[in-house]
Write a protein that binds this ligand. Structure first.
Ligand SMILES: NC(=O)c1ccc[n+]([C@@H]2O[C@H](COP(=O)([O-])OP(=O)(O)OC[C@H]3O[C@@H](n4cnc5c(N)ncnc54)[C@H](O)[C@@H]3O)[C@@H](O)[C@H]2O)c1
Length: 412
């Protein structure tokens, strides 16, 4: 019942399917039984409230899968400390299902998998226990924040080793949206297609970040150049630069066998990961030594308008500033627990806008009276008129503006 499993379970239950939402984490389970979402996702609270009587939240420790015709697995598949995909949760769940599931039920793997996992690990595991379960892969491709809408519309890729299983899975997912495009292929191709989606996005974000670094070198505004490149142009669009990470994009490249020295995916990983160092080095050009300096950071999540801090480069940035540079960092994020208020963070001498949450659009010049230096990672504050403030303003991909209007005046 995580960020993938819960929205999916609620979507099925809203279509009249009897759903058991099985969860291992006791506090998550408690919240769900009280109809309280364990995390923020648009529309989730409403869906939970409406789901009365059609979804039953159950503890993994005591649940018997015997009563289910179809079992969907959506547990996490993170990397381990050696940057290897950690499939232990999936394997544990498969073993557990095998203990109680009836023969001929269908297991659908919704988690992101290394291409070949079903064939090389899951099927042999089920075979060793002597069960005859049908296995299909149907990878989740939603973005956090828009899950409830996308579940009903995104095309599904179903990997199945026999046509009958594929057809049943197709029928099941068609319940979520009549117009959904559903294609059946083999399991390895379905597993790979999901990874290709995420790696493609991730490499594209790295390219946007490379454009930002280039723009700083040649003295242009990357956002302006990208906006012009995209305007009315039918091939694209090029994304805007910014820290690219999160629990999916940051890890999924490591699910491919070619993270070798010369792989583009690996280069993209290094480039995206280096953005936090680049931000700090830019600040250090203005302040030789930031040890002991008070730095306010706005945003801690891995992207805008979500409450998920997993694999967040904003958190990495905060840690680098604190641990490696000795800065005194305070932070505020509207979606997480905070020890400082928004205004306290805005009162810092150095301010970094790390995550472009929509609510930060409300920040105005009067709130920035004590700030001397702004690093605006997303260019979100670029519209502010700081000409009467003694503020150095820098954005990722746009380095030259010192107290912008002033420097422009100087050049005339
Ligand atoms: N988060 C996303 O936006 C997203 C999008 C597409 C794909 N994915 C993939 O989907 C999978 C799940 O990701 P997530 O973000 O939902 O993870 P998550 O950590 O939010 O959810 C996993 C849930 O499974 C529970 N769990 C773990 N072991 C269990 C067990 N044995 N029995 C029952 N519950 C158990 C955890 O307590 C947690 O609630 C991953 O493979 C991820 O890569 C995630």
């Amino acid at each position: 019942m995580g960020r993938v499993g819960l929205p999916l379970a609620l979507s099925f239950s809203s279509k009249g399917v009897k759903v058991f939402g099985v969860e291992k984490n006791k506090s998550t389970l408690k919240l769900l039984k009280e109809k309280r979402p364990p995390f923020y996702e648009a529309g989730l609270q409403e869906a939970l409230e409406k789901s009365q009587g059609s979804i039953f939240f159950e503890s993994y420790d005591s649940f018997s899968f015997e009563q289910c015709h179809i079992i969907i697995i959506a547990v996490g598949t993170p990397l381990n400390e050696n940057f290897m995909p950690n499939m232990s949760s999936i394997e544990d769940v498969i073993k557990s299902i095998c203990r109680t599931a009836r023969n001929d039920s269908i297991v659908i793997l919704r988690s992101t998998l290394v291409p070949g996992t079903t064939e090389k690990i899951i099927q042999p595991l089920i075979g060793r226990v002597g069960k005859s379960l049908h296995v299909a892969v149907c990878p989740e491709r939603i973005v956090e924040g828009n899950a409830m809408k996308e579940i009903a519309t995104l095309p599904e890729i179903v990997g199945a080793d026999d046509q009958d299983t594929g057809n049943i899975v197709r029928e099941l997912f068609l319940l979520l949206g009549e117009s959904k495009k559903i294609t059946i292929t083999n399991t390895k191709t379905a597993e790979a297609a999901k990874i290709f989606n995420n790696v493609y996005r991730y490499v594209t974000f790295a390219l946007a970040n490379e454009f930002a670094l280039v723009s700083e070198k040649i003295g242009i505004d990357a956002r302006e150049a990208i906006e012009l490149a995209n305007r009315g142009y039918p091939r694209g669009p090029i994304p805007m630069p910014g820290p690219a990470a999160g629990p999916c994009l940051r890890k999924d490249g490591f699910f491919l066998p070619n993270m070798s020295n010369d792989s583009l995916t690996r280069l993209a990983w290094f480039l995206n990961e280096s953005i936090t160092v680049h931000i700090i080095e830019t600040i250090e050009k203005a302040y030789d030594n930031i040890c002991g300096k008070k730095i306010g950071v706005l945003g801690k999540t891995y992207k805008a308008d979500v409450d998920d801090t997993r694999d967040s480069l904003a958190i990495k940035l905060i840690e680098e500033l604190r641990i490696k540079k000795g800065a005194e960092v305070i932070s505020y994020d509207p979606y997480t627990t905070n020890f400082s208020t928004l205004q306290e963070v805005l009162n810092s001498e150095i301010l970094i806008l790390a995550v472009n949450h929509s609510v930060f659009n409300k920040i105005n010049e009067d709130m920035l009276k004590n700030v001397k230096f702004i690093y605006d990672v997303w260019g979100q504050l670029s519209h502010l008129d700081l000409s009467s403030h003694e503020i150095k303003y820098v954005a990722l991909g746009k380095i030259e503006t010192w107290s912008h209007k002033k420097s422009l005046m100087a050049s005339f």
